[in-house]
Design a protein around this ligand. Structure first.
Ligand SMILES: [Zn+2]
Length: 154
C-alpha cells in the first residue's frame, strides 16, 4: 500500500469498517510512515472534535431554545434601528406601498416559521413567533418596500 491509498482508506479505517486484513496492512504502513501517522492523528482529532460538536448541538436543541429566539430578536431589532436612522419614510407614501409588499411579509414569516420548525423549537414558542413576525413585517417594509417597488400611479 502507498500513501495515497492510505489516505483513501483512512476514514473507513477510523470508523472501523475495514476487513481485518486491510486494517492490518494500513497499520503496517502507518507504523513505518511518519507522514501517514501524522495524518491519522489529525484525522482522529478531527473526528473527535466533530463528535463533540454534534453532541453540543444536540444539547442546545433541548436546552437553549430561548437563546435562539433572543438572537433572532436582537438581529431584527438591529435591522429596525438601522432603518429608523437611514430611511425616514413619509406616512402617506408608506400607506400607498404597504399592500404591494404584504406578500413579502407572509413569505418571510413562513420562512422563519419553517426555520424554527427545522430547529425543532416551534412548540411552546407561539407567542415569540407572533412577536417576531410582527417585527419582521416592519423590517421587510424597510428593506424591500419603497426602494424595491416603484409606485403604481405617478
Ligand atoms: Zn505513508
Amino acid at each position: 500500500m502507498n500513501c495515497e491509498q492510505i489516505k483513501e482508506w483512512m476514514p473507513h479505517y477510523l470508523d472501523g469498517l475495514l476487513s481485518l486484513e486491510r486494517e492490518q496492512s494500513i497499520r503496517l504502513h502507518i507504523d513505518t510512515c511518519p507522514a501517514c501517522e501524522q495524518n491519522l492523528e489529525e484525522a482522529r482529532e478531527l473526528a473527535a472534535l466533530w463528535r463533540e460538536m454534534e453532541g453540543d448541538m444536540g444539547k442546545q436543541e433541548d436546552l437553549d431554545i430561548p437563546d435562539l429566539t433572543d438572537a433572532v430578536m436582537a438581529k431584527i431589532e438591529l435591522i429596525e434601528a438601522e432603518r429608523i436612522q437611514r430611511v425616514p419614510v413619509p406616512t402617506t407614501s408608506r400607506r400607498r406601498y404597504t399592500p404591494r409588499t404584504s406578500w413579502t411579509h407572509y413569505s418571510v414569516a413562513a420562512c422563519l416559521t419553517f426555520l424554527l420548525f427545522q430547529f425543532g423549537v416551534f412548540e411552546g414558542l407561539a407567542y415569540q413567533i407572533t412577536e417576531i413576525n410582527g417585527h419582521m413585517s416592519n423590517s421587510v417594509t424597510a428593506l424591500f418596500g419603497p426602494q424595491a417597488n416603484p409606485p403604481i400611479n405617478k
